[in-house]
Design a protein around this ligand. Sequence first.
Ligand code: TMP
Length: 241
Amino acid sequence: MIKREQVYEGKAKKVYKTDDPELLIVSYKDDATAFNGLKKGTISGKGVINNRMSNFFMKTLEERGIPTHYVEELSDRDTLVRKVEIVPLEVIIRNISAGSFAKNYGVEEGVVFDSPTIEFSYKNDELGDPLLNEYHALALSLATCEEIATIKEYAFKVNDELKAFWVRCGITLVDFKLEFGRLLDGTIVLADEISPDTSRLWDSNTGEKLDKDRFRRDLGGVEDAYIEVMRRLTEARQNKQ
Ligand code: TMP
């Protein structure tokens, strides 16, 4: 499958047409942004790591009954995916307080919740991705009631799978963001990516941040954190086989 015309360039990925109208190629960049594009930078090697990591999780989740957009890894940075219409909701699952949750609700980071929480924000850069609830999503016709129910069910299942996997890597899954899409027939599938760009990953022993917060908060050692997470993931995969 070869890349045709570029259809979209996002903050971290480019998307290309292919000769099949139902398939697209996603190409992962090293570009990083934060605070709705206000902060810009490069994380060298990130595209390769995020591509491989996201594909590994998508494949694993498919095997566990969660439909995804993933088709085939084409190269270090390029992946063939099914074309979807993205549901304009950022779906965030949290196991531990951090980031905007800690800030908005006045709690310190690191409070472990009795059960995971879910929240939605409206995927709209102009509005700064505002937080909204399910009724807002219905009022804005962003998704149907049935779609929201499916998305919630999948998101919590993804959390169970990811949490269990990261434990094996000595990593605590604090929170993460998912995006879903509709196939041509309306089926909801998991789309976008699962990576240290879209997850908070803390070393289980030391609490060290091993994710994009190192870039967002100028903590240094950004590249090394991505490499370390990928190293542990690869080791855990090999141990299982
Ligand atoms: P938050 O605490 O800043 O709301 O972030 C929650 C999770 O969502 C965190 O794992 C990082 C991820 N995230 C994205 O993937 N994209 C975004 O634009 C933002 C703000 C957060």
